[in-house]
Design a protein around this ligand. Structure first.
Ligand code: KMT
Ligand code: NI
Length: 174
């Protein structure tokens, strides 16, 4: 895992967009983003049990696995959105980026590789993309039924109760 400020330059979303300015792990924590380097699946099982996550699946995002819809999918994952639940992803192979909004609404790019596990809190605006290698395999963990409904950013979603709650807990430093 490496986190850095997104450079906001034009160009393919899958390029690094590396401003060269690092984001420390403590800052991610402040945003409510949790990161773990997992030694083995037993550690993931423990995290899942602790948080009452009962189900999981595995997704491969690549032209090989998705065929003609790959480019479309990659673009849709990159639409800024939030969820009313945590988003937990455990990278099993390949690489990719989760971008999350900072407290001042700038993008922090989080580069993930095999054995990285990330927990995005409910209500944080974020987006995902593969990198220029166009391949990532990730385990998606969920509590019950998968609820991946992305709520794309809008003034209406800005006042979603989960968004408000997220902003309140963050400003309180919880
Ligand atoms: C997401 O939430 O955008 C995804 O699940 C993308 C694939 S997981 C790396
Ligand atoms: Ni999401």
């Amino acid at each position: 895992m490496r986190a850095y400020w997104y450079d906001n330059e034009a160009g393919d979303q899958r390029e690094l967009h590396d401003s060269g300015r690092e984001v420390p792990a403590e800052y991610l924590e402040k945003l409510g983003v949790l990161y773990f380097r997992m030694e083995d699946v037993a550690q993931v099982d423990k995290l899942a049990a602790d948080r009452s996550y009962k189900n999981r699946d595995t997704i491969v995002v690549s032209p090989e696995s998705m065929g003609a819809v790959y480019e479309e999918k990659v673009k849709s994952f990159f639409n800024e959105h939030l969820h009313e639940d945590e988003e937990i992803r455990y990278i099993r192979d390949g690489t990719g980026f989760f971008d999350v909004r900072s407290e001042h609404d700038e993008w922090v790019r989080i580069q993930l590789e095999k054995d990285d596990l990330i927990v995005l809190p409910a209500g944080i605006y974020h987006r995902f993309t593969t990198d220029s290698k166009n391949y990532i395999k990730a385990m998606r963990l969920f509590q019950d039924e998968p609820k991946w409904t992305p709520l794309n950013r809008s003034s209406e979603v800005d006042s979603n109760p989960f968004r408000k709650q997220y902003l309140e807990t963050k400003s309180a430093g919880v």
